[in-house]
Design a protein around this ligand. Structure first.
Ligand SMILES: NC(=O)C1=CN([C@@H]2O[C@H](COP(=O)(O)OP(=O)(O)OC[C@H]3O[C@@H](n4cnc5c(N)ncnc54)[C@H](O)[C@@H]3O)[C@@H](O)[C@H]2O)C=CC1
Ligand SMILES: O=C(O)C(=O)Cc1ccc(O)cc1
Length: 368
């Protein structure tokens, strides 16, 4: 497709979408705006955008597609300021925010002027922020939730999907309320729990400095999302308050029941607590990417010596296989450790396994 695409907010998500659009629609002109001049300069330097916008007021009226990829509290005010401009009749305005209820309410100012607003939420990302972390494959196979209203024609939704087809994401239309409930359960609430687990460990460390060292492995993995941008998560929580308060009450009830099981030494019910969680969790789809991106782990049994990481990364580098994380898990006191390598896609992991098999005789297993 051809036309002018204005991206407001050139961070991880805005930058990654810009890359996807450029790759799929080389004839389009990508114009970027960010409140942080350094992010704009970096986006230009990395070739993520074609040019920088002097201001939203100057560029929005000429745009065919406007993507707002700022923290969600800011998105509302940007929508309001767009509604005060003379935009093209056929322009599509969309956003990437992790919440949808408040944003679609704000979008009524655009709707009143006959401007199509389609809420968007690519359900992929990372705990990293900024355009430097942007990548074209970020959204591949991920769900991309869209919220529309009856005023938006289905051809307009199709046109947006075509603009975004380079993401290779799976589009799903939901209502804003459904969106906020679903993402509350599978994304927003887990971020609260991850941060809370970290707070608990940090308090425990005051009494015992060993906590810090022992929290290095699995604990670090399950709390990865606690390293996400505090501003982004503050804004998400404030915009999804009702759902999150409901989920917190529900969680507190459940924790109360677990506490009671411990107080009463209820052996069978404690077993059931874990057993029913395992059954549900084991039945979750493995091929779909969910709300919190998973990484595909490969575990390699290696002799625990310092050069082993560079040996393995060397083999992978020769075959151009990117990794997202690598670390040694020292499982035993003896000479073997497990090298845990994470990949963005199952295909990268399969190629890596083949590559390591070719070059070494180390045993390997796949993470679940
Ligand atoms: N990080 C993630 O994994 C995901 C984030 N999202 C949503 O996408 C949006 C963007 O998130 P990220 O790209 O991760 O954040 P980010 O922090 O990497 O980028 C946000 C950018 O917006 C800019 N910005 C802030 N206020 C602005 C303003 N008034 N005008 C212009 N630019 C402004 C910031 O300078 C920053 O460069 C958020 O609404 C977030 O909820 C959606 C899916 C995944
Ligand atoms: O860090 C992670 O893995 C995430 O949880 C990424 C993420 C953050 C916000 C979203 O709305 C969707 C995905």
């Amino acid at each position: 497709m051809e036309g002018r695409v204005l991206i407001i907010g050139l961070g991880l998500i805005g930058g990654s979408l810009a890359m996807c659009i450029k790759a799929q629609h080389p004839g389009a002109e990508l114009i970027g705006f960010d409140a942080d001049g350094d992010q704009m300069d970096l986006a230009m330097m990395l070739g993520v955008i074609d040019r920088v916008a002097g201001s939203i007021e100057m560029e929005a009226p000429k745009a065919d597609l406007i993507i707002i990829a700022t923290p969600v509290l800011t998105t509302g005010s940007i929508i309001e300021s767009l509604a005060s401009l003379q935009l093209k009749d056929e322009v599509i305005v969309t956003d990437t925010g992790s919440t949808k209820g408040f944003i679609s309410l704000m979008a009524s100012s655009l709707r009143e002027k006959g401007i199509a607003f389609i809420g968007g939420h690519p359900m992929a990302g990372s705990h990293k922020s900024g355009v430097a972390a942007a990548k074209k494959i970020l959204f591949e196979n991920a769900f991309y939730l869209l919220t529309t209203d009856t005023m938006v024609r289905s051809e307009t939704v199709d046109r947006l999907k075509e603009w975004l087809s380079g993401t290779r994401a799976k589009f799903l239309e939901v209502s804003p309320e459904e969106h906020d409930y679903l993402t509350g359960v599978v994304s927003h609430f887990p971020h609260i729990i991850a941060a809370s687990l970290v707070h608990q460990a940090s308090r425990a460390e005051q009494g015992n400095p060993l906590v810090n060292r022992l929290a290095a492995g699995g604990f670090r993995d399950i709390t990865r999302i606690a390293s996400s941008s505090p501003r982004m998560w503050r804004d998400i929580l404030l915009q999804n308050r009702e759902v999150l308060i409901y989920l917190l009450n529900d969680w507190q009830d459940e924790m109360g029941r677990v506490k009671e099981l411990l107080v009463t030494n209820d052996r069978d019910s404690i077993y059931d607590f874990f057993d029913s969680a395992k059954t549900y969790r084991d039945g979750l789809p493995v091929s779909d990417k969910g709300a919190i991106p998973s990484f595909y782990d490969l575990f390699v049994d290696v002799p625990d010596y310092p050069g082993v990481i560079s040996e393995i990364t060397g083999y992978l580098a020769v075959e151009n296989i990117s990794i997202t994380n690598i670390r040694i898990i020292e499982t035993r006191e003896d000479i073997y450790g497990v090298l845990a390598i994470s990949f963005q896609t199952p295909e990268d992991r399969a190629r890596a396994k083949e590559c390591i098999e070719k070059n070494t005789d180390y045993d390997m297993s796949l993470g679940k």
